[in-house]
Design a protein around this ligand. Structure first.
Ligand SMILES: Nc1ncnc2c1ncn2[C@@H]1O[C@H](COP(=O)(O)OP(=O)(O)OP(=O)(O)O)[C@@H](O)[C@H]1O
Length: 327
């Protein structure tokens, strides 16, 4: 079966830049899949999506959507894809329904069909009451839903969603997630770029993590979490009292069963005491480590304010791959 998205050795260097924004990227997305494209700020995600949606010209390499080469046949490619950008780019001179009708006309949807599809999509996106509302009268969440409706009007095979739930309240976020899952069930392929690891873990069949324009890993969220050294965790909040963080980390790394110790935060509490939060990644059952960890800290007279169990998440995988430094 033809992949919905196919990227081979893709390179993009912007004019006057000394580095490649996309640097030899290769991956495939199967038809009907929800694929999460993740990476820190500046990793090259928007550029990659820009190439796949024909808004950015690649420097070299190949990019295909639904089997169509985006460089050789941009018009053909545009008929197969749709993109929902992060920023609202609706036409403010038109009402909600007119935005959809205009877009349908642009894509050559037959006149009689345009109205039917527009009304159906307004209903589906919970905007039935807002058909005649001007764009300025829509809330951020409603505008976002209207952009999804607009993207779907020409029945694209691949839908690119850029940060689909940034700025949405929890209800709107759940609503959008339900619609995304529904679209997948209908066979639409979805490429999602997001910084929300919880969203990526929940929605994506597979995720690819990119940094500096290169693919670092690609697999199902479950497999990536399982592959993380120590996928169970113990979070410890401590009062280091004179010990430095590195020393306490070394001490805990020696507790049997602890595979890796990561410093999550070092703060000062409102009463002026130093507080340190560490995450211990453990190989086996993390509950069995609570006693030994508490004991090791007690022996050094380090006060513990909280010890709790957790399992690793996609966020842990992401941080493990891309580090904690701010971009
Ligand atoms: N139009 C442009 N001209 C020059 N450089 C650009 C342009 N657009 C992006 N870049 C650079 O290309 C690199 C990749 O940027 P890109 O926007 O693709 O990353 P991203 O992963 O989408 O980041 P974010 O998560 O912040 O949206 C960055 O170093 C950025 O500064």
């Amino acid at each position: 079966m033809t992949p919905a998205v196919e990227v081979i050795d893709l390179v993009k260097r912007y004019p006057k830049s000394s580095t490649n924004a996309v640097d030899g990227l290769s991956f495939q997305v199967a038809a009907g899949e929800i694929f999460g494209l993740l990476g820190p700020n500046g990793a090259g995600k928007t550029t990659t999506v820009g190439i796949l949606t024909t808004r950015v010209l690649p420097t070299s390499g190949t990019a295909r959507v639904a089997g169509v080469d985006v460089a050789a046949d941009p018009v053909g490619a545009r008929s197969k894809v749709a993109v929902v950008p992060q920023r609202v780019n609706l036409d403010r001179s038109l009402n909600a329904r007119q935005n959809l009708l205009w877009h349908a006309a642009y894509h050559g949807v037959p006149r009689a069909e345009r109205r039917r599809r527009a009304d159906e999509l307004l209903e589906r996106m919970g905007l039935g009451e807002k058909a005649k509302a001007r764009v300025d009268e829509l809330s951020g969440g409603q505008a976002q839903r209207l952009m999804i409706a607009r993207a779907l009007i020409h029945r694209p095979e691949v839908l690119f969603l850029d940060e689909p739930s940034t700025g949405l309240d929890p209800q709107a976020r759940l609503f959008v997630h339900d619609r995304i899952n529904e679209l997948r069930a209908e066979g639409v392929t979805i490429v999602l770029t997001t910084h929300d690891m919880d969203e990526a873990e929940k929605l994506s069949d597979r995720v690819g993590v990119v940094d500096h324009g290169k693919l670092l890993t690609l697999d199902t969220p479950e497999a990536l979490i399982r592959a993380l050294p120590g996928s169970g965790t113990v979070d410890a909040t401590l009062r280091p009292d004179g010990y430095d963080a590195a020393k306490i980390s070394d001490l805990l790394a020696e507790v049997r069963g602890v595979q890796r110790v990561e410093q999550i935060a070092a703060n000062t509490t409102p009463d002026g005491a130093a507080e340190l939060r560490l995450r211990l990644y453990v190989g086996g059952e993390p509950a069995g480590l609570l006693g030994p960890v508490a004991q090791a800290l007690h022996e050094r007279q380090v006060a513990v304010t909280d010890l709790s169990l957790g399992t690793a998440t996609l966020e842990d995988v992401f941080i493990d791959l891309t580090g904690r430094e701010l971009r």
